[in-house]
Design a protein around this ligand. Structure first.
Ligand code: SF4
Length: 355
């Protein structure tokens, strides 16, 4: 199955409210109504059956996938998984859902409580997004996660991928769910390339849509199954082709698994502003109350970088600068005017920040 063939038979779908889909075969293709009743042509996906069979026997037992998992559980998992591996998300997700089993419970808490609960998952702005989301859901959606991609995309931190994932996994809708794992599998399986392009392209989105089975429930299952295949088998550095359910159909494997262009190394975490912000935030998280600026000094050996990181935390709403010169998690103490952390003489003398 070539990319060209798939694309030639595809009409793009737009996000829209869920609608019951009706499917019939016509001219060798599945024809389905989707979205607002438009007719969408879908090629037969020859990968679906083996991938779905494999998924039935190999899927991980994850709490947000269990029968009866709430849409809130799915949404929380998707936000946490945006930047953090499953193994680290699992305990954090369980603790989050135990503390805030539904959006109104989180909406009643302070944003700083969400940041504290987030712990060391990284990229803590996601905690604020979830808190803001909980308040929106409580105020505007009766405390429920909406089912429509349009409404989901209006929530903080929810982009096209997350909205499609929640609509698919929580509500069984038919949307292309194109995360890093899926992009990699499709690049290899269909396009014969070791890695997808650095940034997601419209062609990839069309391909993913073309491969969606026509029936919404099967499409949602295909989406999670192909994602799981990327996470467990078709991994970035060591694909386990011998145990892959679509190895015989894989374009990249049939081409001899040619190496793609070398990828640029990821930016170093050690010594970065990100690490510095993480250390500062850890002090605020672990403190029972506001923290004097002097206690933040020893956290990082480079004062200019530390001050910059502190200003960024305040600007991002992850920390509050109080009128008395102390710092706290947002909403956990009365905030006053935010003073800019002072630039130190040592920092001014050295333009280099970080090790
Ligand atoms: S055969 Fe190998 S490269 Fe191809 S999809 Fe399967 S695991 Fe990935």
């Amino acid at each position: 199955m070539t990319t060209e063939r798939i694309q030639s038979h595809t009409v793009s779908m737009q996000d829209g409210p869920a609608a019951p889909a009706k499917t019939r075969r016509l001219g060798g293709r599945d024809m389905t109504t989707a979205g607002r009743g438009r007719i969408v042509s879908v090629v037969t996906n020859g990968y679906a059956a083996p991938v779905l069979r494999w998924y039935a026997g190999h899927a991980r037992d994850l709490p947000w996938r269990r029968p009866g998992a709430s849409a809130w559980s799915v949404l929380v998992s998707e936000i946490m998984l945006q930047q953090t591996p499953v193994v680290r998300v699992l305990p954090a997700h369980t603790a989050w859902l135990q503390r805030w089993p539904a959006p109104p419970a989180l909406a009643a808490a302070a944003p700083g409580d969400a940041v504290r609960q987030w712990g060391r998952l990284g990229y803590p702005r996601r905690a604020l997004w979830l808190h803001a989301t909980a308040r929106i859901l409580t105020d505007e959606h009766g405390g429920q996660v909406p089912a429509s991609v349009h409404d989901l995309r209006a929530l903080p931190g929810v982009g096209g991928y997350t909205a499609a994932a929640v609509a698919s996994f929580a509500f069984g809708q038919r949307h292309a769910v194109l995360d890093t794992n899926v992009r990699r599998v499709l690049a290899r399986l269909v396009r014969g390339e070791q890695q997808p392009p650095r940034t997601a392209s419209a062609a990839e989105a069309r391909l993913a849509e073309a491969l969606l089975p026509a029936a919404p429930g099967r499409a949602a299952r295909w989406s999670v199954a192909i994602m799981e295949l990327g996470a467990l088998v078709c991994t970035a550095t060591s694909p386990d082709c011998a145990n892959c359910p679509v190895a015989r159909q894989c374009s990249w494997r049939r081409a001899g698994s040619p190496a793609g262009p070398a990828r640029r190394a990821k930016p170093r975490y050690a010594g970065s502003d990100r690490e510095c912000r993480g250390r500062l935030l850890a002090v605020l998280r672990e403190a029972a109350g506001p923290v004097p600026a002097e206690r933040l000094g020893p956290v990082w050996p480079h004062p200019e970088q530390r001050d910059r990181a502190l200003r960024a935390l305040v600007a991002d709403g992850l920390a509050a600068a109080l009128a008395d010169g102390t710092y706290a998690l947002p909403g956990t103490a009365e905030a006053g005017t935010a003073p800019a952390p002072p630039a130190s003489a040592e920092a001014a003398a050295s333009p280099e920040c970080g090790p």
